[in-house]
Design a protein around this ligand. Sequence first.
Ligand code: SAM
Ligand code: FES
Length: 348
Amino acid sequence: MSGLAEKLYLTGDLSDEELRALITSDEQEEAETLRRRADEVRRKYYGDKVFLRGLIEISSYCKNDCLYCGIRRSNKDADRYRLSREDILACCENGYGLGFRTFVMQGGEDSFFTDDYMVSIISEIRSRFPDCAITLSLGERSRESYKRMKEAGADRYLLRHEAASEELYSKLHPAELSLRNRKECLFTLRELGYQVGAGFMVGAPFQTVDDLIADLRFLQELKPHMIGIGPFIPHHSTPFADEKGGTLELTLRLLGILRLMFPEVLLPATTALGTIAPNGRELGLMTGCNVVMPNLSPVRVRKKYDLYDNKICTGEEAAECRGCLQRRIESAGYTVASERGDHFSIHN
Ligand code: SAM
Ligand code: FES
């Protein structure tokens, strides 16, 4: 089958069989059509703008034990840290001066960050930086917790669903974590009025093409505002140390498909993509991505947020990361947007 990228561009959807053929096609022409059409669609909705999100990695403590993750609780070699309220506010201050208008607080599931503590941090950021968006990525919490953090001023929440197939989800996670709860959290967040981000790793151990199709179908059901995907990269102190990582080609293929299936979505060119190829993020931008997430965490903790091996951007100051990414964005033919960068639907 050929002409599938063109069909996806024209109709916004394909049958499972067609998606399978497009995901696995080795025709160069098909890949090029997909890239070109994905870029055309992102330009139609967002022009050449790339939105920056300042990532603050607030804790490397985690009570979970996801098999792929370098900061899982069973990794006794992990060097743990957590940022204080003052550290986090200083990152925002620094980021604001560098032009960031979205702050993303991400971390392992660390019970030190109680609802009261998070509410106090979020309220303080909200009052000091009223023109900024506040994004959280703190894993699975209760409805009440999500609600309180929303009321305190949080705008967005990133929670990758990780795998929409029960079978794969259970191979990547310990028994105490369930796909059902993960999905429930995502629908709750949506209902509470967050702009929601879901997503998955590409090339995770045991992942089949049918699993990827299940991920795309779940995203069609959830209709998230943001979709985060990146290649799986092994970490040497996890059970998946010897597994193969996801490839650049397959990740780009899925990014192109996502842009055509979800024309208005906010789609980051992730750090993991930049880790597996020196120009991975630029290629992502040229295949439909419109977000990058430079690191604002203090340099002293960067290496400790060690999700996978050889993670890039762990030695530079925030200002250097910002400058480096600006050059990369411009070299790929895009411009850095200085606004909050909300989902298209918020303004229309
Ligand atoms: N604890 C929060 C959560 O569960 O959503 C946020 C932190 S978690 C480390 C952020 C994301 O990192 C996960 O959703 C996962 O997809 C990604 N990740 C973890 N280990 C990875 C690996 N080895 N390779 C690529 N991505 C990985
Ligand atoms: Fe909790 Fe990875 S296992 S952040």
